[in-house]
Design a protein around this ligand. Sequence first.
Ligand SMILES: Nc1nc(=O)c2c([nH]1)NC[C@@H]1CN(c3ccc(C(=O)N[C@@H](CCC(=O)O)C(=O)O)cc3)CN21
Ligand SMILES: CC(C)C(=O)C(=O)O
Ligand SMILES: [Mg+2]
Length: 262
Amino acid sequence: MSTPVTLDNLAALKAQREPIVSLTAYDAGFARLAEAAGIEVVLVGDSLGMVLHGEADTLGVTMADMAYHTRLVRRGLTDTLLVADLPYQSYTSAGQALANARQLVAAGADVVKLEGGAVMVDTVVQLSRAGIAVCGHLGLQPQSIRELGGFRIQGRDSESAARIHADAVALEEAGAQLLVLECVPPQLAADIRAAVRMPVIGIGAGGDCDGQVLVLQDVLGISEYQPRFARNFLTGRDSIQAALAAYVAAVKAREFPPPAAD
Ligand SMILES: Nc1nc(=O)c2c([nH]1)NC[C@@H]1CN(c3ccc(C(=O)N[C@@H](CCC(=O)O)C(=O)O)cc3)CN21
Ligand SMILES: CC(C)C(=O)C(=O)O
Ligand SMILES: [Mg+2]
């Protein structure tokens, strides 16, 4: 890449139906490798609570953690769009969300991501009005693990599918410019993708999304627990660089995720 990736570029990729490739990173070194491999969006995910800290969920991650890792990743990137997660309990009011989102932007985030649908509309409106780009996150919301009772697929029945669909539209109307859709049935992801202008980046949500995101450690096969939807791209390859390039190529060719229920 030679010019910075923008949200407008991602919208153009959606319009062209060219898959957007996203990957998590938590430090400058891996961020640099992700950019060199052609990753368009690097996510500093609160998944770092699990893959870096060794916790069983993402609930212990703090704003200090997210700001620190966002600063590290920023130093590894020249042109890649940087999305950073607002962590658990850091956006319980619009005012708190604004203050914390500003911290992530100061640390180098281009876009801040938050979990939740209709309940987040006021917050998304305020962030957008303040000039902060927002990425929504629907479907499986790991920060709601206690309410969900586990990392389970969401939107299986028609009622919850309709709610997720309505949440996506509400987020877009509130000003969200990007959406992560995690662990929902492929048909629901396809319907939502077609219904909103913002690019929809899927994870465990089938192939008919505008893009895909995976956790770095899953792509390298070094996670303690590998979700079923993830793939180890280092298998059969001899370097991390080759694995990341293979992930990018597989998403761009729509070879990943595979068509069948995986
Ligand atoms: N290493 C890692 N990869 C991830 O994709 C990831 C994280 N950590 N941490 C934050 C969230 C949590 N995620 C997860 C974690 C576990 C499952 C999981 O166990 N899924 C089951 C399917 C459950 C069902 O059938 O509903 C699976 O077998 O994949 C899914 C998403 C996605 N994110
Ligand atoms: C799994 C992705 C979407 C995420 O939110 C994270 O890495 O925290
Ligand atoms: Mg997250």
